[in-house]
Ligand binder design. Structure first.
Ligand code: ATP
Ligand code: MG
Length: 405
């Protein structure tokens, strides 16, 4: 029944002179994400992106895909009609009848508890991009509304209707639609820059990466692995699975896996146990800084949440972040664990994150780790570990794995 999908975008509309750039990136992203889906074409029309679909279009698949593209605030399945009131009336009733029938059938397949309330009321909401159209919006609302009442057993409720029917009068044609699917909103990936995302395999860091996707950033993933404790290949599978899941939001992704055992050995010899976690994490940022140079990334992403674990007290976070030469973005810093878990479940990373895996940070961890780091003391202790050459070698020989959905 549907011939078009109307894609509405979010904050792009606020971007003033940069708007064409943001729109272009969103269009490119949509094209890339839909490359395995059959549709006719798409075009931009008056602040919307419109996809022309056909009978071979897999509606469920396209819906799932568009729901995950940052920058899209919502979209509707629609039909096209000429800008002629009589035709609009007829098409609206035909579409409504069809819709109610499918909804009823869907409901019959549901259990009593999952059944939706029957649709009894509606409201027509006309939008007019074409201000030259003969009828003004309130007149369209009244006329189409009247026709629907005459031809169907529905009542008007302008305050809280069961169904909002949109009559969207564009410059060339008119679109009719009602079912709105909410997207993730925010900004298109690729509009704000590349970030190095430190991904650990836990629950938090994948959520942090997703949050930065919503703000238009693309993550280049770095994972530090101690193969002595994680096993040669164990765990890497898990990290790759997580990154694959995150490709749903940012497309094709790069993952650097850095052998961390050599660095940890040096740290264990030179740094007292209570400070080791802090130094592990400082060294991670030092190495990630070299990858940032190579990748022309402008900052780092971590899954830190204030005081969730010992390494995340204010003093420890400042001692750790102090080593970084680029800004660090910890989008979960003020979130509670349960709030983070809720997002992890929504973006389908939670079930992967809870698979067993020995993170390198758990290696020889102190029973009483420092919670009030003293940076001067740490800097003195770090003087004894000479790792610049090791870092150079690791970076030179490391090729990222490319992961796709
Ligand atoms: P997560 O659930 O993301 O593992 P966490 O609550 O377990 O976080 P930590 O283990 O202290 O906290 O790690 C804090 C952050 O440091 C992580 O979110 C991640 O960004 C980074 N990090 C920790 N371990 C690694 C690792 N092995 N490789 C890459 N980044 C890591
Ligand atoms: Mg962790």
């Amino acid at each position: 029944m549907y011939t078009h999908i109307i894609v509405h975008y979010d904050e792009i509309t606020l971007k003033g002179g940069n708007r064409p750039f943001f729109e272009r990136v969103l269009v490119d992203n949509i094209r890339e994400f839909l490359k395995d889906i059959k549709y006719d074409n798409f075009y931009k029309e008056g602040g919307k992106i419109i996809l022309n679909i056909n009978k071979n279009t897999d509606l469920e698949k396209i819906k799932k895909t568009l729901k995950n593209i940052p920058g899209i605030s919502n979209f509707n399945f629609a039909v096209l009609e000429e800008k002629n009131l009589e035709k609009i009336n007829k098409k609206t009733v035909e579409l409504l009848k069809n819709y109610l029938k499918t909804e009823n059938e869907k409901n019959l397949r549901q259990t009593q508890d999952d059944r939706k309330n029957e649709i009894k009321t509606f409201k027509i909401e006309a939008r007019r991009a074409d201000k030259k159209f003969a009828l003004k919006s309130p007149e369209i609302n009244a006329k189409v509304g009247e026709y629907v009442i005459e031809n169907m057993k529905l009542k008007v409720d302008v305050h809280s209707p069961d169904l909002d029917v949109i009559i969207d009068i564009g410059y060339k044609q008119c679109y009719i639609y009602f079912e709105k699917t909410i997207g993730i909103g925010g900004l298109p990936v690729g509009t704000t820059g590349n970030l190095i995302s430190l991904i650990s395999g836990g629950i938090d860091s994948p959520v942090a990466s997703f949050m930065m996707n919503k703000r238009g950033a693309k993550n280049i993933f770095v994972h530090f692995k101690n193969k002595t404790i994680a096993g040669q290949n164990d765990g890497q599978d898990k990290i790759e699975k997580l990154v694959k899941q995150l490709c749903k939001f940012q497309g094709k992704s790069k993952l650097y896996v850095i052998a961390f055992e050599k660095f940890q050995k040096k740290i264990i010899v030179n740094i007292p146990s209570k400070n080791r976690m802090i130094v592990y994490r400082r060294i991670m940022f030092k190495i990630a800084g070299e990858i940032a140079k190579k990748e022309k990334a402008k900052g780092f992403v971590t899954g830190d949440s204030l005081s969730q674990v010992a390494s995340q007290t204010i003093d420890n976070i400042s001692a750790i972040y102090n080593i970084a030469k680029l800004p660090i973005f910890p989008p979960l810093i003020g979130m509670n664990k349960q709030e983070i878990i809720n997002i992890a479940e929504k973006i389908d990373t939670y079930n992967i994150s809870i698979l067993p895996y020995q993170d390198c940070c758990s290696f020889l961890i102190a029973i009483h780790p420092e919670t009030r780091a003293n940076l001067e003391e740490i800097l003195k202790q770090e003087n004894n570990i000479k790792i610049d050459r090791m870092i150079n070698d690791v970076i030179l020989n490391n090729k990222p794995t490319i992961i796709e959905l």
